[in-house]
Design a protein around this ligand. Structure first.
Ligand SMILES: [Zn+2]
Length: 363
């Protein structure tokens, strides 16, 4: 394999390259606009590209950028894979491929985890009727006690004191409790971290509305959703939404190796609400829908949470022209997509091998 292509410079460049590479290779393309203030209607789109016969029984879905700041990585994987395919390449017999590029295009364009409304899209995949009750529950919940520490209403300071604060919170509330409460999603604090929204976001609606058409008559679906930031430096974990003894877990372990697949609620993942994979697996419960978050680790969890907190503070309360804003943003981007060439090479190569294994399963 030759040298890896560079990570895309920004959202616009990534999208242009995605469209060009998939068009050159004869993929069917579509684009779905996500409106946001400060942008023209077609500035921000979720792009899809499809290849293979409509009636194929097997479908591989590769999706990127549900968390915007992680999108340069997921997009780089999609671009590198497309680039590696000969122009006349067709999926193996019985297979169809669907690429979903930049599920959170605003977050990609602005390098935020969250979307144009501060919504964490991987906490937002719920029916519209579910949000009110969740909000009422969370207004009284444990999250309230952490909110003032996690989301202080002021710009980030000169020094990052979060590790100290985190240590104090762990002593006071216990690590397990923090892990259960913090990243699972909250529906009551719209400026807070891991806010799941007051209703389905536009990106969520696009996926929910188009999923039946995209999945079509496929009976077996493998969906790899690319993420970064959780786990050990450069290491891959495939996070399943299935219970340890579920038949789909067995299939995942056979395909990708026992050591890299983690069941729902395993040590790396959080049992979050409004998870895209959970929604898709339930929606297509009559098929074999194996949804795996392909999560590539970077920095220690406390560091990453501190970076998330600082960026959220800067976004809501900081001045974009200030040094503290720029510092918070740089630290945040580095926490999810490190500049290290070794890290980048390691994660893209692993992701490409993963795709080969998924498609290779066809043979
Ligand atoms: Zn993510």
């Amino acid at each position: 394999m030759g040298p890896l292509p560079a990570f895309p410079q920004d959202y616009a460049a990534a999208r242009e390259r995605f469209r060009m590479l998939s068009a050159e290779r004869g993929w069917l393309q579509e684009a779905h606009p996500v409106a946001a203030s400060g942008h023209d209607e077609w500035d921000l789109t979720i792009d899809a590209a499809r290849l293979g016969p409509a009636g194929a029984e097997n479908l591989l879905i590769l999706s990127s950028g549900l968390h915007g700041v992680e999108a340069p990585f997921g997009s780089a994987v999609q671009l590198a894979w497309l680039e590696s395919l000969p122009r006349a390449w067709q999926p193996p017999t019985g297979w169809r491929i669907l690429l979903l590029h930049a599920l959170n295009p605003w977050g990609f364009a602005h390098l935020r985890r969250f979307n144009e409304d501060n919504i964490d899209l991987n906490r937002n995949f719920l029916e519209a009727s579910a949000f009110d009750e969740l909000r009422r529950g969370d207004e009284e919940s444990n999250y309230r006690r952490f909110d003032r520490h996690l989301n202080p209403p002021r710009p980030p300071g000169r020094f990052n004191l979060f590790p100290l604060l985190a240590g104090w919170m762990i002593v006071r509330h216990g690590k397990r409790r923090l892990r259960q409460v913090l990243p699972v999603g909250q529906y009551a604090f719209p400026k807070g971290l891991f806010f799941g929204g007051h209703g389905p976001a536009r990106s969520t609606q696009i996926v929910m509305e188009n999923a039946p058409r995209w999945v079509g008559s496929a009976k077996r679906i493998i969906h790899l959703d690319f993420h970064t930031g959780l786990g050990e430096w450069g290491r891959l974990k495939l996070l399943s939404v299935e219970a340890p003894d579920a038949p789909l877990m067995q299939r995942a372990m056979e395909l990708f190796g026992r050591e890299s697949v983690e069941p729902h609620g395993g040590p790396t993942a959080y049992a979050s609400r409004g998870d895209m994979g959970v929604w898709l697996s339930r929606r297509f419960a009559d098929r074999e829908y194996l949804c795996l978050v392909a999560e590539f680790g970077a920095y220690p969890a406390v560091h990453t949470l501190g970076a998330l907190r600082g960026e959220n503070q800067a976004h809501h309360w900081g001045d974009p022209a200030s040094r503290s804003y720029r510092r918070a943003k740089e630290r945040f981007v580095e926490a999810f997509v490190p500049r290290s060439p070794q890290w980048r090479e390691m994660v893209v190569r692993q992701a490409l091998r993963l795709i080969d294994r998924a498609v290779g399963d066809a043979g």
